[in-house]
Design a protein around this ligand. Structure first.
Ligand code: NDP
Length: 302
């Protein structure tokens, strides 16, 4: 299968590319920069969709970019980098004389309202309640294909929690303070911490790209990209400290996180949602890292 991966040069994209190539598939990355095995977003817009059987979008300005202050220009980039690239791909798919059989968008769990008690599956109803949930609504809407294309292309939206892996995402920024014995819970620590190992997220994307036995449907199939273990920030912190054999006695109060990161962004760490991968499990996907111990042991040992 030939697969086009928007943002395929990033943390999740590199893992996905490795997995797809190992399975014998051909990958072309869509990037802002030209290079071998890549096309640029402007080439996609001017030349149309290259021949492919699967398409994925992973592009987006990093929400946890430590080098950027939380201001209007950053927020604008978070929106446009996701929505414009997703629209460019869905429009190219719709305009293609031979559209791919699968189109996968990776969005996020920020659509579910943080709560200490509520549990969310893919069937949970939601309406935007803050900046990030508004982003998810617009992002997922940008992926929607017109009705006639949706008859031949299966649309899938995967909503991951924090993606854990050695080479990027939250772990890359957390490893050093934890190694130095400066790790601790964030906020109260009681908030849920939905997470997934990067290898499992790549696996769910690859699984979604496979041609399905059932006919494509007009609205996208949603899959929660989270490990089935429901953990809190406290459990995550203690387990990482235990595996690294380091103390985790320096909690970071919520107001410090809000000041450093901006409260609209800090919410992804200081609050959280209990997210259940109900349809992901029903689809037959088997997690390699279903619990924190197996995931963190692999990451720390790698
Ligand atoms: P990365 O931060 O690694 O970025 C992916 C790619 O996006 C980059 O390699 C880059 O490709 C492209 N990109 C970055 N900034 C911009 C920009 N301003 N405009 C256009 N393209 C840009 O992302 P991840 O791999 O960590 O995540 C993939 C997707 O999953 C993202 O959309 C993210 O929001 C979502 N997600 C990630 C989570 C995580 O914990 N990592 C959690 C939940 C959701 P290039 O330089 O080649 O153009």
């Amino acid at each position: 299968m030939r697969v086009l991966v928007g943002g395929g040069s990033g943390f999740v994209g590199r893992e996905l590319t490795r997995l797809l190539r190992d399975k014998g598939h051909e990958v072309t990355v869509i990037s802002r920069q030209p290079g071998p095995g890549k096309i640029t977003w402007s080439e996609l817009e001017s030349n149309g969709l290259p021949p492919c059987e699967g398409a994925v979008n992973l592009a987006g300005e990093n929400l946890m970019n430590p080098l950027r202050w939380w201001n209007e220009s950053y927020k604008k980039d978070l929106f446009s980098s996701r929505i414009d690239t997703t629209k460019a791909l869905s429009q190219a798919i719709a305009a293609s004389p031979s559209p791919p059989h699968s189109w996968v968008l990776v969005s996020g769990v920020a659509c579910y309202k943080p709560s200490l008690t509520a549990q969310y599956t893919e069937d949970s109803e939601w309406t935007p309640f803050d900046l990030l949930s508004k982003l998810v609504r617009e992002w997922e809407a940008a992926a929607q294909l017109p009705e006639d294309t949706a008859k031949s292309t299966r649309q899938v939206v995967i909503r991951p929690g924090a993606v854990l892996g050695r080479d990027g995402g939250a772990m890359k920024q957390m490893m050093l303070p934890f190694w130095l014995g400066l790790g601790g819970t964030l906020g109260s620590g009681r908030q849920p911490f939905p997470w997934i190992h990067v290898s499992d997220l790549a696996g769910i994307i690859a699984h979604s790209l496979e041609p399905a036995a059932d006919a494509p449907r007009p609205s996208p199939q949603v899959l929660n990209g989270v490990a089935p273990a429901l953990n809190t920030n406290y459990e995550f912190t203690k387990e990482l400290g235990r595996i690294l054999r380091r103390p985790t006695i320096f909690p970071v109060p919520g107001f410090v996180m809000n000041t450093l990161m901006g409260s609209e962004r800090a919410v992804v760490l200081t609050q959280g949602q209990k997210v259940i991968p109900k349809r992901t499990l029903e689809s037959g996907f088997q997690f390699k890292y279903p619990d924190l111990t197996s995931a963190l042991t692999q990451i720390v040992g790698s």
